[in-house]
Design a protein around this ligand. Structure first.
Ligand code: NAP
Length: 283
């Protein structure tokens, strides 16, 4: 078997088109135009590239953006002051703090300081709590929301599926498990203390790999015909690879390319969340 492609680029394109239309319709009705504020602390070139890409993606769908650059010497208190100013700024719909921030910044305080309605990444405990409770109105974090939308738009049956998520981070693993559970999958979450990882992965109809560990999942660990989502962005010899070993594509029924699977979905969901933040704020 050669796995069918879970085409993140194609579904992300649909998302951008939908948001562009929604922004256009909103503005044509006299509604406000969404605005994304990005904050970058330090001069990491990769982070600067990501920010530029996010700003461009926003612009392409008619979302305004503003770019806040702070030196790497910025203290937690100074970053908190910027967040509070952006919270109060009525023209800003959504705030993105590019991570990783320098080590001396206390991101817990920064996340707590965000106005939950402008928390485009869904990191604030109010949003994480709403998602955990399965309530509507919370901001779903971009990567997990992107994974689930990619599955849904690809016609994958989530309800009733045995879903296994490898990884339990607050950023990816845990919220992905919650979103799959909300859609009535039977969910198992694996981590470094899991005994017999292969026994779990082999039983997965949907396997989400977010360990950040190249070659962790060999072809023998994958159920034939299953759906495999490879989230990780490991760098091996200067090339991006996920968690999958060779030959998984010959066993799985569906597979995300890496790159080109989850990454484009994550970026598209940021733009969707920005639009939705403005709708939540102003109706
Ligand atoms: P993380 O915070 O390092 O978490 C990794 C998780 O994987 C942890 O829960 C860890 O278990 C588990 N794990 C690690 N090695 C394992 C092993 N050998 N067996 C079983 N479980 C193992 O990373 P993250 O932020 O969740 O990100 C995961 C990966 O996704 C990274 O490569 C990251 O770059 C990538 N990512 C991609 C996107 C995208 O858009 N494509 C977005 C976000 C992240 P413990 O909890 O026990 O330590």
């Amino acid at each position: 078997m050669t796995a069918r492609v879970l085409d993140g680029k194609a579904v992300a394109k649909q998302v951008y088109e939908e948001v562009a239309k929604a922004v256009n319709d909103r503005v044509a009705r006299g509604g406000s135009r969404p605005r994304l504020a990005t904050v970058l602390v330090g001069d990491d070139p990769a982070s600067a590239t990501y920010i530029a890409l996010k700003q461009r993606n926003a612009r392409n769908v008619g979302i305004e953006s503003e770019d806040h650059r702070l030196p790497s010497s910025t203290t937690t208190e100074e970053l908190l002051a910027v967040v509070q100013t952006l919270n109060r700024n009525d023209s800003v719909s959504a705030i993105l703090i590019q991570q990783p921030t320098p080590k001396h910044i206390d991101m817990r305080q920064v996340v707590l300081a965000l106005d939950p309605i402008k928390d485009v990444d869904g990191f604030h405990p109010i949003n994480a709590g709403l998602v955990a409770l399965g309530f509507t109105g919370g901001v779903e974090p971009c990567t997990p929301a992107g994974i689930v939308l990619l599955l849904e738009r690809s016609g994958i049956q989530i309800e009733g599926a045995n879903a296994v998520v490898v990884g339990r981070s607050n950023l990816v693993g845990k919220p992905t498990a919650l979103l799959l559970l909300k859609r009535n999958a039977t969910v198992t979450v694996c981590h470094t203390r899991t005994q017999g990882l292969a026994n779990h992965t082999k039983a997965a109809d949907i396997l989400v790999c977010a360990a950040g560990h190249a070659n962790l999942i060999s072809r023998e660990m994958v159920k034939p015909g299953s759906v495999v989502v490879d989230v990780s962005t490991n760098s091996v010899g200067g090339r991006q690879v996920g968690d999958l070993g060779p030959g998984v594509d010959a066993v799985a029924g569906w597979l995300t390319p890496n790159p080109g699977g989850v990454g484009p979905m994550t970026r598209a969901m940021l733009i969707k969340n920005t639009f939705e933040a403005e709708v939540r704020r102003r109706g």
